[in-house]
Design a binder for this molecule. Structure first.
Ligand SMILES: *Cc1c(COP(=O)(O)O)cnc(C)c1O
Length: 447
């Protein structure tokens, strides 16, 4: 355990001003939620917006709405390397996970594989049985009545392009692959708020899109989720579902206020070592957990988001500067750290670097942990290797997703990095990943 200055891997500041406006939000109640709601619609130029308690809830509710609209479809196609919250929501919605591997150069879908996945069930799409069954209104009939495992229930309900770290997924390209109008694009912009692709804001590409406002996302209200859509049919169902959600109770509201205060104090590198060293806080842990609360966003959270547009822009500017600095550092080290060319000048939440040499990666992570520099692995495994899901995917492999888990590390890009941190990190990277590193460095051994 490290005691002393420790840089968090990602950080979105919450200050006293925000907490005060959060409290003011409680007083203003629904009016504060309405304000945030209309600012979001206005900023993203989207017709419908829903505010809930987390990105997971936003995604699960979206899936539940789609499930009601398309009862003869049950598969959700997600990247094989993504946040564990994503499969958690699919399971929560009672739907089936289907995985697509990634491209190593973009972290986007492997579009060739995706195209196959999307067209495979289509051969069976016109089967009589599927049609007859749904017309008889017997959708709840158990699945085993179907003679063919590739029957209509195996049809894709949704595809989930994901902007990991804010690196844009090419949703327009995905759209050209979808020939079946019953397949909905649900854009996972949980890590993409504030970024754009081809001049258009992330979060406006999907048929439905969602943001997360959790800790460690581009913009945070401690926790929170936003759903955006232009589709009236989807919005109508979502409106009913979100309308039925409970509000935060007194204690759960108090907990969010307490967490906001803790974030204000402990996000600072001077103190971050403290919460990081408390195992029950599970900071930075990635959990598969389908039993999460689904609530309406509280006015406190809406209040915390006061001035969000200006604050997000400032945060993104800093992130952009850091990203370009890390690119220059890696270029100069001429060594083993590979970055994603699409990263240049983007306000990435964390800066992903691929280190193929296992020993170098491990020593980089170890040395960073010793110095409190915030270099971190991403998700511990690909989705198919999550213990709770492993049996479902025992036949399949996703080699790129697996190598993402084994090879990626991220560098911090946030504004709490001082010039000294940046120099120390640059030094560390050049030493650990430079082509001539072996002879130069001797890393301290961990006990
Ligand atoms: C964080 C995250 C989510 C879930 O958001 P929460 O607000 O933490 O529930 C979904 N997808 C991705 C890619 C994420 O990073």
């Amino acid at each position: 355990m490290r005691v002393g200055r420790t840089v968090p891997p990602a950080a979105t500041p919450i200050g006293l001003t925000e907490i005060i406006s959060g409290i003011r939000g409680i007083v203003r109640g629904q009016r504060e939620l309405d304000r945030f709601h209309s600012e979001l619609k206005d900023h993203f130029g989207i017709k419908h917006c829903f505010l809930v308690s987390s990105g997971k809830a936003a995604f699960a509710l979206t899936l539940l709405a789609l499930k009601e609209m398309f009862p003869d479809r049950e598969e959700v196609l997600i990247p094989a390397f993504t946040c564990y919250s994503v499969p958690s929501s699919v399971v929560r919605a009672g739907l089936r996970i289907r995985l697509c591997d990634l491209r190593l150069d973009s972290l986007d879908f492997d579009f060739a594989q995706l195209s196959t996945l999307l067209s495979r069930p289509s051969a069976r799409r016109e089967t009589e049985s599927g049609r007859a069954r749904s017309m008889n209104g017997m959708m709840s009939e158990p699945r085993r009545i179907s003679e063919d495992p590739g029957d209509s229930l195996n049809r894709a309900l949704a595809v989930v392009p994901t902007h990991l770290f804010g690196l844009p997924s090419d949703v327009p390209r995905l759209r050209t692959l979808i020939k079946d109008s019953g397949v909905t694009i649900v854009e996972d912009a949980a890590q993409g708020m504030g970024e754009a692709f081809q001049g258009r804001k992330l979060g406006t590409f999907g048929d439905v899109s969602f943001f997360s406002l959790a800790r460690g996302k581009p913009f945070s209200t401690v926790e929170g989720g936003v759903i955006l859509t232009d589709r009236d049919d989807i919005a109508e169902v979502l409106n009913r579902f979100v309308g039925l959600l409970p509000h935060y109770g007194f204690l759960s509201q108090l907990k969010v206020i307490f967490k906001a205060a803790a974030m204000m104090v402990f996000i600072h590198p001077r103190l971050f070592w403290l919460p990081k060293s408390l195992p029950f806080l599970k900071l930075g842990e990635t959990l598969f957990e389908p039993h999460f609360a689904m609530l309406k966003m509280s006015p406190f959270q809406a209040g915390l988001a006061a001035n969000w547009r200006r604050r997000l822009e400032t945060l993104q500017d800093i992130r952009r500067t850091r990203v370009d600095h890390w690119i220059a550092t890696l270029d100069a080290s001429g060594g083993q750290g590979l970055y994603f060319s699409g990263a240049r000048s983007r306000g990435l939440l964390r800066f992903p670097v691929r280190v193929r040499d296992r020993r170098k990666r491990e020593s980089l992570l170890r040395e960073s942990a010793r110095m409190g520099m915030g270099i971190m692995p991403v998700y511990p495994t690909s989705i198919d290797a999550i213990p709770e899901l492993r049996l479902e995917f025992s036949e399949e492999t996703y080699p790129v997703a697996a190598s993402c888990a084994d090879e990626l590390v991220t560098l911090p890009t946030h504004g709490y990095l001082t010039e000294d941190d940046v120099s120390a990190l640059s030094e560390l990277i050049s030493q650990a990943l430079g082509s001539t590193s072996e002879s130069k460095v001797s890393f301290a051994q961990q006990p």
